[in-house]
Design a protein around this ligand. Sequence first.
Ligand SMILES: Cc1cc2nc3c(=O)[nH]c(=O)nc-3n(C[C@H](O)[C@H](O)[C@H](O)COP(=O)(O)OP(=O)(O)OC[C@H]3O[C@@H](n4cnc5c(N)ncnc54)[C@H](O)[C@@H]3O)c2cc1C
Length: 383
Amino acid sequence: MKKIAIIGAGISGLFIANLFKENLDYQVTIYEKNTSINLDEGYGIQLSTNSIRLLNRIGFNTLDNKDRFNPEKIDFYEINYEKKICDLYISDFNSENCKYTTLKRSKLVEFLKDKLEDNIIKYDHNIEKIEKNNNQIILTFNESIKVVCDHLIISDGVFSKGKSLISNNLTKPTYNDSIAIRGNISRKNLNNLNEKNISLFMGNNFHYVIYPVNNDNEAFNFIGVLKYKLTINELDNYGLFKEEGFIQSVKDKLQNKISANILDNLNNIKCFPVFVSKGYLKPGNNIFLIGDAFFAFPPSFAQGASQSIESGSELFDSIINNKNNFYENRASKVKMINNRSKLNQFAFHVSNPIIVFFRNFSLKILTKNKKFLENYLGKIYKN
Ligand SMILES: Cc1cc2nc3c(=O)[nH]c(=O)nc-3n(C[C@H](O)[C@H](O)[C@H](O)COP(=O)(O)OP(=O)(O)OC[C@H]3O[C@@H](n4cnc5c(N)ncnc54)[C@H](O)[C@@H]3O)c2cc1C
């Protein structure tokens, strides 16, 4: 029986562990640096059909209907005039058992965690050293805990320490000149938008998205991305983003970008800098990277979690079938998504009125053009 060690119990690590646990040729263990998995937060996540199809393999379709939502459309608005520009039928990519889904991130993580035996996750294990000895890998956690494994899967997120260790600190994520603002808002504070859809508002160097996270239709998720320059010192001070003063200064910047009705009624606001990958690492042999540790995208295509799941599934298939095409396939998909994410962010944030006019005009046409949608979204949503 081969031993698989997974570093990090996020979406990618938990998902791939679920795939391996059914296979008796492998014994899987996840090493997580935190002492537990936080299931309290109420922020949302969007999952496109490519990841729902894979999640259904481990029973996601049995998740209580009340805990998830299937939006029909994405409604595009211009922030300036709170004017709807057009809509896109995201549900056109759905099939009977596989639908574009929004839910609370914590519900997804809870689902992935609860399907694993308790002893699969070893908490309070911070990876510190990765060494190779012939075909085996020796891991050191918390200074002295040694673990030997046959395959190592690094899934410890965008600031991956596992990736730093195997690359001698050569691959670091870069700041995307933007901060993400997360929050919740209740239905009674939302006017003039269709509560059954995802609403995307585009403005000057800022966009935000509001969507329901379950079928109660009471709690909605708010996620905004604001262009924001930060100094190296500010970036080094992660505590800064939690400070009341910093959150207030962000709210001040948003005064003329969001209607007061929304801004004043946002709850649980959290800000954090957005970091993205510039390239990817191919460690080779029996060490692999998945999820954000492999590649972190700008959040404007809502594919990070879906790609974390997809990369887990591809790696699982590659390991059990003894193939070595994981990196080639992954790299071409990552390239497609990264380009689309960057293009989306540019289009959502343009400020020049002439470009805005052409952006809106193109959006109206493209969101109804089946061939374009099949190419731009279909290629990503079908795996
Ligand atoms: C603002 C924003 C909005 C987003 N919205 C969406 C969306 O709507 N849809 C979507 O698909 N994606 C979205 N994403 C992206 C998505 O959240 C991520 O891509 C996804 O969570 C990555 O999962 P992961 O498992 O790779 O990493 P993570 O979820 O970061 O998990 C990493 C795990 O590794 C652990 N760890 C870290 N360091 C160590 C260590 N040294 N030793 C051991 N364990 C360690 C951590 O504690 C954590 O549990 C969004 C991202 C942002 C920034």
